[in-house]
Design a protein around this ligand. Sequence first.
Ligand code: C2E
Ligand code: CA
Ligand code: CA
Length: 768
Amino acid sequence: MAVLGLADPGDGDWARLRGLQYSSLARVSRLRIAANLIAALGVVWVYFSALHPALLAMWFAALCGSLWHTAGIDKALADADRRRMSRDEVNRQSRGSIYNALVWVVPLAGFAPFGTESARLELWAITAMLMTASAVLLPAVPLGNLLFAGIVGGGAFAGFAWAGSYEMALLSLVFVGVVALGSVENARSFLTARIAESAMAEKSEVVSLLLREFEEGEADWLWQIDTSRRVRSVSPRFAYALGLSHEEIDGKPFIQLIAGPAWDTGQFPSSLHDLAERLKRRESFSNLLVRVTINGQQRWWELSGTPKLDENGNFDGFRGVGSDVTEQRESSEKIAHMARYDTLTGLPNRMMVTEALGEAMRYAEQWRTRCAFLMIDLDRFKAVNDTLGHLVGDQLLARVSDRLKTVISDNELVGRLGGDEFAIVIRDASDHTRVTRVAQAVIEVLSRPYEVDHHTLYIGASVGSAIGPRDGTTVETLMRNADLALYRSKEEGGGLHFGYEPALHAHAEERRKLEFSLRRALENNEFVLNYQPVVDANDETIVSFEALLRWHSEEHGLVSPVKFIPLAEDTRLIVPIGEWVLREACKEAKKWPGNVKVAVNVSGEQLLDAGFIASVVSALSISGLPAQRLEIEVTESIFVRDSNTARAALEQIMSLGCGIALDDFGTGYSSLAYIRNLRFSTIKIDRSFVQGAATGSPESLAIIRAVVAMAESLEMSTTAEGVETERELEIIRGLGCRKIQGYYFGRPMPSAEARGLFAHSNLRAVNE
Ligand code: C2E
Ligand code: CA
Ligand code: CA
């Protein structure tokens, strides 16, 4: 019944199967029509003489109508295999078959009685052929066949019986039975075949779907090799990944395809070597990162593979998946690079330097050797940055790092810690001269002039070093101790290398204590001013005194200003201290003859302080000292930081009537340009030139001559500092300096002593 389509057993998708059955109708529709028409022509031919042609034509028309009708139904069912068939459609198709069959009953029952006996037999043969044809043509739709054969066969049986030929009636019954049975059997095998086919199709569909999905996945591909590690069954995506055609790949050794030139040299990257080993050992692996060479380009592949076994369980090669992870790796490498390298100079950054030092220390510990850490700080870099701007500063830093790279060997790593601080890690410093040599080379190479943006820049470098594990067993202590040594070399004026020594801790501790005391020095009245005379170069009369600060500390005894002034500047204690100096110096100067001036040193920190002018005004008004008798001494360094503010402050002071002296001329970073821009009252030529001139140094002589000439033309005075001997005095006098200051005419002295000098007219007599 199920085969006939009269019942739907619950164990399968019969609606779909029915669709498969009925869709076959459309395919054979033309053949069926042709068979019908041929048979109809046969009928017309047999009965043409016996019957009226109009009758035959009417029958023929009726047949055509039925064929037209069923052909329409068949056509509508063409897509039945792709959908579910409704029972309605089955019924309609069956009705079509019945209609068609009834048309054929007409000649069997209606025409035969008018023809001869042989015509009846001929008609039977024709209809029998038609039944057979439809059973053969339409194996899929047995119901239609059964209806057709049943009705037509029934008609034939009735016709033969009616005519009294019972043998033929019986024969036709048997024939119909055989046709019916045959067509049911046909249908059954058709259905079985379809069922098997659809199961197969379904299976292969699933497989191909899986494969397609796999192959279309982001970057993955399948690879397969045989027992001799040659590539087999190349997938298109794998070929694409290799950048070769299928033919170029198939049968080639896998490793050869991905090794690039290493295949010939045998020098595989370790990851590739690892892969080859695993393949050789028939070991499965997953997500193995392999450095491959494709088209001469280095790439990263991630490979997974498992050994394949044949049905007997023997090794049959490898199968696996792979993907190109170069981009991911490169971007993660980039990120890692950015995290470890300084963007400005391209040098390793603090993090990487710290790591390298940690490694070096582990190595030193393991092999009982020594490593070293050098901390480098640029001297006067800040001045460049402040005067010429960050762009020039950045370029300078890049040049510095280029030069640092030339100093180091494989044994060293140089990095930038930040700002103008650099560091070198020496992995193996067992050769103890190595540290000194590297440090000296750094200082030497960094102190050469730089050409940046049409500026010639002179900077220097200070270096502090610490040896591991001797000077520290952890990265932190070693870095701190190198920093301490660096601080020491900065303190000593820069351009030097200092190694760490435990005493530096004491030094740092001392500084801390000094600072503590300095904070209390003012309220404890520990400061006094000494005065050093400045005389006229011609008549040697006192023209002024320079006020020089002295600190008699309760805890530290007498502390040199060279030591505590920088500390006071660092801690900004210089501002209140400087105010005190100004007040004290003006008060003292008021006691001197009206033509003697007082010079007061002022640091940049003070000058840039907002309250500085007010403190000058207040010092003058409290003491009653005329502004003309106060000279402020500044060094060139004040212009380096914030030249505009410094210049404005100095101009305000000048407008009060005070003089401005440019101190320590020649030692600074700057040039004669400052002198031209500001109306200094005095240029003080540094002691080093005075001494240089005395020893006959041509540069010193030239500088003094130039400064004196320039000062004269700008109506400025000149003072030679640090004249200690008669000989120095003569030379300086000969060079044309107007004023002289130095131990030769008097050391800095207590105020009472200074006042006592006015009793004598000749200072030489006093000193002698
Ligand atoms: P400076 O302004 O260059 O002062 C001159 C320094 O040279 C003084 O050192 C002085 O004693 C020394 N000197 C003078 N004549 C000779 C000589 O013939 N031979 C030698 N070898 N040295 C001589 P001092 O008093 O130790 O002062 C050092 C520095 O401390 C000063 O250098 C100045 O920069 C700073 N300073 C001193 N007092 C003050 C102050 O009240 N305020 C500020 N801001 N700085 C001060
Ligand atoms: Ca001075
Ligand atoms: Ca000076």
